[in-house]
Each structure stands twice: as C-alpha cells, then as structure tokens.
Design a protein around this ligand. Structure first.
Ligand SMILES: [Zn+2]
Ligand SMILES: [Zn+2]
Length: 359
C-alpha cells in the first residue's frame, strides 16, 4: 500500500516537474523550433513525372457547407505543368495544405460561372503569385470569362498594391500578378473546341448541358497517351460521352434525385421553404448517378470518379444510397471521389494508381 502511494506521488511529481520544464522559455523556444522544422520541412507530394498525367481532386463538394469537401476543383498535372479546373471555396486552402507548388500552375480552366466553381479564383491568383509565378495566369472558359476575371482583378487590385509596397516588386512583380482571361468559343453545330496548349498536351473544351448556365464546358486532357475528362456541371450528355471516348478517367458530377427529394421534404416539413424550393429546382440540371454510369460505359472509360455529389454524403449509408442502382449499370471502375484523391497515370500504359494526400 505504502509502495503504491509512493509510486503515485512519484508519478505526480514527475508530471508537475515536466509541466514546469515545459514552461521554461528556453525549452519553449526549442520545442517551437522543432515543430517549425518538422512542419516546414515536409516535402511536396509527387504529382506526375515527365511522362505522366495525373489528376488531384482539390474539391469534391457543392455550394452546400461540407467540412470535409471544398467547392469544386480538380488539379491536372501533365508532366511539370499544373492546371486547375474550377476553383471552389476551400480548394486553394486544400492545395496549400498539401504543399502543391502553386507557382507551377500554368492555367485555370473554368467549366461555367456558378459561384461554387469560381469562389476562390482571387485566392488562386494571389497565392500562385506569392509562391513565385512570373507570368500572368491564363484563365480559360466559355465566353463571359472576361467579366468574371475583370471582377476578380478589380476586387484584388488594392491587395496587389499593398503586397508590392510591402514585399517589393522583385519579390512580387506587379506585371505577373494579373489573371488573363482567354475565352474559348465552341462553334455553332460543333461539340468541342481546342484550348490553346503545347508540348504534347492537348486540352479540349466540351460543350455540356447546364442551363441557364450556358454555355457550360467539360474538359478533356490528353498527354503521354493517357487521358482525363472532367464533366463540369451537366445533365447526362451524349456530347460528353462522345468526347470522353476511351478516356482513362472520367471525373463526373452526380445528383441523386430520390435523396434530394427527401432532403427537400424535410426542409418543407420544418418550414424552410427556400431550401425546399432549391432542392426542387436543382435535379433539372445535374446527372443522376445511374445516368453518369451509363455515360461512362458509353464512352468506354476505364474509371468513373464521382465529384460534386448532391445531396451531402455524411456517412456510409448516404454513400450507398447515392450509388443505388449504379452497380447494376456498371459493376467495376466506379468510385466516389474525396478531397485529396490523387490519380496517377503513367505514360503509355494502362495502369491507374491512387493515393490520398493529407495535410
Ligand atoms: Zn453549376
Ligand atoms: Zn456546381
């Protein structure tokens, strides 16, 4: 008994001594140095080798507030060049937390101008510039992209001035700061148009169907014999299926109508008429998961990855319900995307490698 008491007192004394030592300024400084060293010293993730294409999901959410999913965003790496397709709220934070070398972003592609797809365009402009981007950043998109870009330019004009005055124009050259809008028009009667690109990379804009956000585009990337297609927001679209022919990966949006109807009924039952009205309106311009699976089959893609999933999928049950009926249409090569999912396609092969990036 006495031994036990002595043991407990000894342990207490050790804890107290430890707590006191941790408050010694020199020890605090040492701990801080160690923490800073560990945090700053972590390496940037490998995205794609010189002959590889990869896609990183930097946001798989929607306008709904989901703590685990940023707004829509996909980062495509073709060798050492990075392209960002859509820049939803939280997506730039994700890229920064995963240590993506933002100075290497060579272009932004907007699928359409709904707020959830453009929310952090200003932040991407700023953070790529502060990270060391030395040229204006091209922003490709449907006609109308000029208005969006001009708006962000104006909104960030004072911030740009402050940063230059504070850090110096050698560090943050004012000429490199701006976004440069490049409208890509798809001719009447055509379903696709090339997006300017070079060095073995082909980017194709694909007209999709998301009225009244018209025109709205998906994008296809072809590099080193591999290919990735991002649907953007759309209903089930035959032009997309045709343009995605034979692609390795199709990142496609999805809305489960039965689930959205249930959420709408719950909102109505709680007197939240505005939310209920929105749930009633949105199925008309998105794609049911079963239809997305059909499009993926028609295109003959190797893998279908869902993004922009509606409604929110907070648990396994919701995920299962979202995929209800999909396995019957497409038994293999389907998955739900998540923020941080990195899909790597080695050049001129047919393997698909996946891993998840963490903070
Ligand atoms: Zn939209
Ligand atoms: Zn959207």
């Amino acid at each position: 008994m006495r031994k036990l008491l002595l043991g407990v007192l000894g342990a207490l004394a050790a804890v107290l001594l430890g707590a006191l030592v941790l408050r010694v300024p020199a020890v605090e400084t040492w701990l801080l140095r160690r923490a800073a060293d560990r945090i700053v010293g972590r390496e940037a993730p490998h995205l794609a080798g010189p002959d590889e294409l990869s896609v990183l999901l930097c946001g798989t959410g929607t306008p709904l507030p989901d703590r685990h999913r940023a707004g829509p965003c996909a980062l495509v790496a073709a060798g050492d060049r990075l392209f960002v397709v859509d820049v939803g709220i939280g997506s730039v934070r994700n890229l920064m937390r995963w240590r993506i070398p933002l100075q290497r972003v060579a272009g932004v592609l907007l699928t359409h101008f709904h707020s959830d797809h453009i929310g952090e365009l200003g932040e991407l402009r700023l953070q790529t510039w502060v990270a060391g981007r030395r040229e204006p950043l091209p922003v490709f998109g449907p006609p109308g992209v000029e208005r969006v870009v001009n708006g962000f330019e104006e909104a960030y004009a004072l911030d740009t001035q402050y940063r230059v005055a504070h850090h110096g124009s050698d560090f943050v050259p004012p000429a490199a700061a701006p976004l440069n809008a490049v409208a890509v028009a798809i001719p009447e009667g055509a379903a696709t148009a090339p997006v300017p690109s070079d060095r073995g990379l082909t980017i194709t804009a694909i007209r999709v169907h998301h009225p009244p956000a018209t025109p709205a585009y998906g994008y296809r990337f072809d590099y080193a014999g591999r290919s990735v297609v991002i649907s953007g927001d759309t209903t089930a679209d035959e032009d997309l299926a045709a343009a995605a022919k034979g692609a390795d990966v199709l990142v496609h949006e999805g809305l489960a109508p039965e689930m959205v109807a249930i959420v709408g009924e719950a909102l109505a039952a709680h007197g939240q008429a505005r939310g209920a009205k929105i749930m009633h309106d949105i199925p008309g311009y998105h794609t049911p998961p079963v239809e997305a699976a059909r499009i993926a089959n028609e295109a003959g893609v190797k893998r279908l990855v869902f993004t922009h999933m509606l409604p929110m999928l907070p648990n396994r049950l919701a995920e299962r319900l979202f995929l209800h009926g999909v396995r019957e249409v497409r038994s293999r090569g389907v998955e739900l995307g998540h923020d941080g999912l990195l899909i790597r396609l080695r050049g001129h092969g047919d393997g698909i490698e996946e891993r998840t990036l963490h903070d």
